[in-house]
Design a protein around this ligand. Structure first.
Ligand code: SAM
Length: 325
């Protein structure tokens, strides 16, 4: 069992396999002056599988593949197969913007992905295009249908709610749960590095949203969501699916944080909201043994910060696309 200095059990690894994405979301894209990381800086699939295996030997049980957009990577199924067959891994999940799921959902499932999260911030074509810097909503809606068809049930749909940008659509997102086996999760907008929209203006606390929705819908608390993370879940009377609220800012869950993150360029990031990282790529490429790499990972876990400090200090070191959500 992997435990940090605050007695938190660390069993979950998020791997961002690329910072590149086919969308340019308002709050999540590279700084104009730096752009995407060049290809040579990104870990090779074999290196990702090696580091994941070492972390599983140490006590990681669940892995989420994310990005950037993981499904823009060539030969993604090679990586999925490689991760899925690591002994000791109990769950392999993937987070995607959903635009590439029509051709890939079935193969992802067949090759070992157990769970899928799809990010979607608007159900309006023009607004989706605006928020994502050119995305086509129909691609995602078709991706959701395909994911459900091949059996990713329940399917989580994550919406970052931003005041004045898309908060008028939350009721429409709730209605998605009426007849689809989806869990719509409303996520608080976080201040991370450079963003094209102002966090101060866009941030909407989850409890404000919950009160607003409770005036319109009969919401019953529920807790039986598979893969239950930090969300508070509710079911609307008679709905097939459910909704959840994730409040990293207004009611953070750092004391229960069980996560590590591996960045595309091979750094172990210990907290989403703090820039402290340990470089694993350089030692690995300089010939470090498995035991030496495990030592570095354990050192990182011991130094894992108590929590983020979003409201005091915004992490500036990396864009979200280079951390992995
Ligand atoms: N491209 C994939 C996708 O769209 O799901 C995976 C990467 S994306 C960085 C993962 C998740 O992080 C998305 O749901 C995105 O909305 C969320 N995210 C990015 N920046 C965020 C922020 N500042 N606050 C809250 N969520 C954020």
């Amino acid at each position: 069992m992997l435990t940090d200095n605050y007695q938190r059990q660390i069993n979950y690894l998020r791997i961002s396999i690329t910072d590149m994405c086919n969308l340019r979301c308002l709050y999540c894209q590279p700084k104009p002056e730096t752009g995407w990381k060049i290809h040579q800086e990104i870990l090779r699939y074999e290196e990702i599988v090696r580091l994941a295996s070492l972390m599983i030997q140490l006590g990681i049980k669940r892995i989420r593949v994310t990005g950037g957009e993981p499904l823009v990577k060539k030969d993604i199924l090679w990586l999925i197969k490689g991760l899925a067959k690591i002994e000791g891994l109990e769950e392999l999940a993937l987070t995607t913007n959903g635009t590439k799921l029509v051709p890939l959902a079935e193969q992802l499932k067949e090759n070992g992905v157990n769970r899928l999260n799809i990010s979607l911030d608007s159900l309006n074509n023009d607004r989706y295009f605006m928020i994502t810097g050119g995305g086509n909503l129909n691609d995602v809606l078709a991706g959701i249908d395909e994911a459900l068809r091949v059996g990713f049930v329940p399917l989580k749909i994550n919406m970052v709610v931003m005041a004045g940008i898309n908060d008028d659509e939350v009721e429409s997102f709730v209605r998605l749960t009426f007849d689809k086996p989806v869990v719509v999760r409303f996520i608080e907008f976080m201040p991370i590095s450079w963003q094209e929209i102002s966090w101060d203006e866009g941030y909407l606390p989850a409890h404000v949203l919950r009160q607003r929705l409770a005036q319109k819908f009969s919401m019953v608390p529920c807790s039986n969501i598979q893969g239950n993370g930090p969300a508070e879940h509710y079911k609307i009377d008679g709905a097939v699916g459910s909704i959840g609220f994730i409040s990293p800012i207004s009611k953070h869950f750092c004391d229960k944080c069980n996560r590590l993150r591996l960045t595309p360029d091979g750094h172990l990031r210990l907290c989403l909201g703090q820039d402290m990282e340990i470089d694993l790529k350089q030692p690995m490429q300089n010939g470090a043994s498995d035991e030496e790499l495990k030592g570095l990972i354990l050192q990182g876990i011991r130094d894992k910060p108590m929590g983020h400090q979003f409201q005091i200090k915004r992490p500036e070191g990396r864009q979200m696309c280079a951390i992995g959500g």
